[in-house]
Design a protein around this ligand. Structure first.
Ligand code: ATP
Ligand code: MG
Length: 362
């Protein structure tokens, strides 16, 4: 999948900008605060109809303007498509091939992207909550069923917590809620397990390559419920039994204590925990391997590689890791990279690419 060109108007610090892109490697270079990340954000928004850094769309509209526009032209193995999104104060509208999509969910999926930014290091270094958010975003991107199970689970969980807080608990009522929780939980857990296994399969290989075969990366699902069954219905029964076993404790504590809302993921290199014992570089290459594994996962699901967006990551990687990042998928994955300094870029990769100097929104 290739993004051929983009046109922005009133988007962040870009008044009007039209760029056509190199099919393999595009590097945006410039000092701080010139608009490099804004440009990647525009590509990300064209892909997912949301920003990776804010949930408030109106922040994307240029100061003192009413509406922002992003237009792009993509080429996939089967078609050439114009995509466009407008962001107004009242909402956003998305078009595929000049036809407005009634729902954003119909729009999303035409342009697939994987973004790696410095804050992704938190997948490794941050709290379990960050990792659960990562799981939910990624499983949600490839499965709409997952999203609907997750949203039902969260609704019932909130209801149950509210109820446990009142301390006047009718166990029949709790059983009804637990039955619903067990049903959604079993599906969430199985999807997470499947996702993590696939990510691990690819991340292991990628990490081995970037560490010259010296480091064995594992991605391990740490479900809060230690389950035995892999069949959705059996698992549902198993979870329900466990929930009922914990009922007294939950009443005592006034909150839900078990379930996938307390899941986590662990990363190990050569059997030590990366979060606790890994060097900065190892933590970074772990996060990077996991993100690059998503390229493979999307390729498996969609049949084509997505576009890769790399924000500010080159200066953080040594030459081997950098060369791997920019050359291994070079011919198949169109890549967009931002950097503040040309000296960050390994000279070996400087042919067959396009360099853009970014200065104050131009
Ligand atoms: P760094 O190297 O520090 O990451 P960058 O080139 O990635 O810098 P961006 O984050 O892309 O910088 O751009 C930041 C600039 O965009 C800032 O100068 C900021 O004031 C401006 N900016 C952000 N939002 C808007 C907006 N809605 N309207 C106009 N300008 C904006
Ligand atoms: Mg930036």
């Amino acid at each position: 999948m290739i993004l051929n060109s983009i046109t922005l108007s009133n988007f962040r610090n870009y008044d009007d900008l039209s760029l056509s892109f190199h099919p393999k490697l595009n590097i945006f270079i410039g000092p701080n605060a010139q608009g490099k990340t804004n440009l990647l954000e525009a590509i990300y928004f064209l892909s997912l109809a949301k920003s990776h850094r804010t949930s408030k769309d109106k922040e994307l509209i240029q100061f003192n303007q009413e509406e922002a526009f992003i237009n792009g032209q993509i080429t996939t193995s089967s078609s050439n498509l114009p995509l466009s999104i407008s962001i107004g104060k009242g909402g956003k509208r998305a078009k595929v091939n000049h036809l407005e999509s009634a729902k954003l969910s119909q729009y999303i999926g035409h342009l697939n992207t994987v973004l790696f930014a410095p804050e992704d290091l938190n997948i490794v270094k941050g709290s379990p909550q960050v990792r659960r958010k990562f799981l939910n975003m990624e499983c949600g991107q490839i499965s709409k069923v997952y999203l609907s199970n997750l949203s039902s689970y969260n609704k019932v969980l909130a209801q149950k917590n509210q109820y446990l807080k009142t301390r006047q608990v009718d166990s029949l009522m709790i059983e009804v809620l637990n039955e619903q929780l067990a049903e959604h939980a079993s599906r969430i857990i199985l999807k997470r397990e499947q996702f993590i296994n696939t990510i691990e399969k690819h991340a292991l290989k990628i990490h081995s390559d970037i560490s010259n075969g010296k480091e064995d990366l594992r991605v391990i699902y740490k479900p809060n419920i230690k389950y035995e069954h892999k069949d959705s219905e059996e698992l549902e029964k198993e979870i329900l039994d466990l929930l009922m076993d914990n009922l007294e404790k939950e009443i005592e504590r006034g909150t839900s204590l078990v379930g996938p809302h307390r899941d986590d993921i662990a990363f190990t290199i050569n059997d030590f925990d990366v979060q606790t014992y890994g060097s900065q570089g190892q933590q970074r290459s772990t996060a990077l391997s996991v993100k690059l594994a998503e390229l493979e996962l999307i390729k498996e699901e969609v049949g084509e590689y997505p576009v890769l967006l790399l924000d500010d990551v080159l200066s953080e990687l040594d030459e081997v890791r950098q060369a791997h990042l920019l050359t291994s998928k070079r011919d198949r994955v169109q890549t967009f990279v931002t950097t503040t300094s040309i000296s960050d870029i390994n000279h070996a990769i400087m042919d067959d690419m396009q360099l853009y100097e970014i200065e104050n929104g131009r």
